[in-house]
Design a protein around this ligand. Structure first.
Ligand code: HEM
Length: 406
């Protein structure tokens, strides 16, 4: 943070990475709609403003196309193979295309379908636990938090778990383009290779499911219909990529920060152990307290004012969800972890049209894992060396988390 009156937002600052909340509070108080000259974007931190930015029609969700269209060199050719699929992701779309896709996918991804997954999620958790050294130190992120959401989404899509290594490498390559602000050498070429690998894989899987339908999500997406017909081949492939991409890392990071929150708040942990039914409100509190969707990006579509500043078409806006979730204007004692907190209208799954399609699944996974850990390992404690946190701009969560279970 700067020593001057106006705080400066620098997501790479080590202190901010570890604990961005004092900076968020300073921004909320002194510069709630903050222009970052270094990042060339708006940083919005108050609850009401974040809610507005993520749901207003004055903002566009299509934050990749303008960037892509502005490219003139060979990077544009390289990225064309990535954009072919990302252009079809509903998270970047506006009505009426968004409405059609979302309606078709809502019918596939219903809360009832997710409820039916619970026994499978529990047995996946047991299976992963059985392979861990419960007496020694584990690396919670790698050994559990990465595997559980990945296996759940792979099982849902009907993808063999043995293929996870390949799929994860493609997904990481794609993330270089979508999820990081940093420029890394050949990141566009690698993102293209990721998109090529993953799309070819799912194209083949879609063909197999067409020939031999099952109970999996791909078969259900193939069968989904509305008055305009079915999802196209490219849409099916793009949806598989989006589910895989959106469905594992966010949940992984949330599992990590939930464990950190419990380690740092032993009284709350004991409260949950003594009263397991608290898990439902506890999950919401983990989502609020230090959630994985640190910010949601938009591009200004129409000129308008926000907090006394003029936002112009084409400018990028980052709605800082984690700041909003600790805004004292909305939450009492915002920096206190209260596993029984109600009401708890956090913004971690977004707002309005784009509200997270996978929210019921994410909630189920966290309920099973955190509820299970607290019950089984009441004495779990932090291991040897604490790890760093991921970047403080888009994704938030611990990079590594050494943990002793008992
Ligand atoms: C803790 C875990 C998760 C968090 C915090 C999270 C967060 C979000 C957020 C903030 C959005 C809205 C983005 C925007 O407005 O631009 C979103 C959308 C979405 N999420 Fe999640 N997500 C999680 C898990 C999942 C899972 C497990 C899936 C499942 C496959 C999933 C699939 C999606 C999809 C498809 C959308 C796009 C919805 C639309 O645009 O209509 N998410 N998620």
């Amino acid at each position: 943070m700067s020593t001057h009156d106006t705080p400066v937002y620098d997501p790479n600052d080590a202190t901010t990475r570890r604990n961005p909340f004092p900076l968020y509070e300073a921004l909320q108080d002194r510069d709630p709609v903050h222009w970052s000259p270094a990042l060339r974007c708006w940083i919005v931190t108050r609850y009401e403003d974040v809610k507005f930015v993520t749901s207003s029609a004055t903002m566009s969700s299509d934050r990749l196309r303008p960037f892509y269209n502005a490219l003139k060199d060979e990077r544009r050719d390289i990225l064309s193979g990535v954009m072919r699929y990302l252009d079809l992701w509903l998270v970047f779309k506006a009505p009426p295309e968004h409405t059609r896709l979302r309606r078709l996918l809502n019918s596939v991804f219903s809360p009832r379908m997710v409820q039916a997954l619970e026994p499978g999620v529990r047995s996946t958790f047991e299976h992963i636990l059985a392979g861990l050294d419960a007496q020694g130190e584990i690396e919670f992120m790698k050994d559990l938090a990465v595997l559980l959401p990945a296996y759940v989404i792979l099982d849902m899509l009907g993808v063999p778990r043995d293929d996870f290594g390949r799929i994860k490498a493609w997904s990481d390559a794609l993330r270089l383009f979508i999820g990081t602000a940093q420029g890394e050498g050949d990141k566009y070429r690698r993102a293209r290779e990721g998109a090529d690998g993953m799309s070819a894989y799912f194209r083949e899987l879609v063909a197999r499911r067409r020939a031999e339908p099952g109970e999996d999500v791909i078969s259900r997406m193939i069968a989904a219909r509305d008055e305009a017909g079915a999802l196209s081949e490219d849409e099916l492939v793009a949806c598989c990529m989006l589910f895989l991409f959106g469905g594992h890392e966010t949940t992984t990071n949330l599992l990590g920060s939930a464990v950190v929150a419990l380690l740092e708040n032993p009284a709350q942990r004991e409260r949950l152990r003594a009263e397991p039914a608290l898990i439902t409100t506890a999950v919401e509190e983990f989502l609020r307290y230090d959630g994985p969707s640190n910010s949601i990006a938009r591009v200004v579509a129409q000129e308008h004012e926000l907090g006394g500043r003029v936002l112009r078409p084409g400018e990028r806006v980052f709605a800082m969800v984690n700041a909003a979730n600790r805004d004292p204007r909305q939450f009492e004692h915002p920096h206190t972890l209260d596993l029984g907190r109600t009401p708890n209208r956090h913004l971690t799954f977004g707002q309005g049209l784009h509200f997270c399609l996978g929210a019921p699944l994410a909630r189920l996974e966290v309920r099973v894992v955190i509820g299970g850990l607290v019950e089984r390992f009441p004495r779990m404690r932090a291991g040897s060396t604490p790890g760093e946190w991921l970047d403080a701009m888009i994704m938030r969560g611990p990079e590594r988390l050494p943990l002793v279970l008992q």
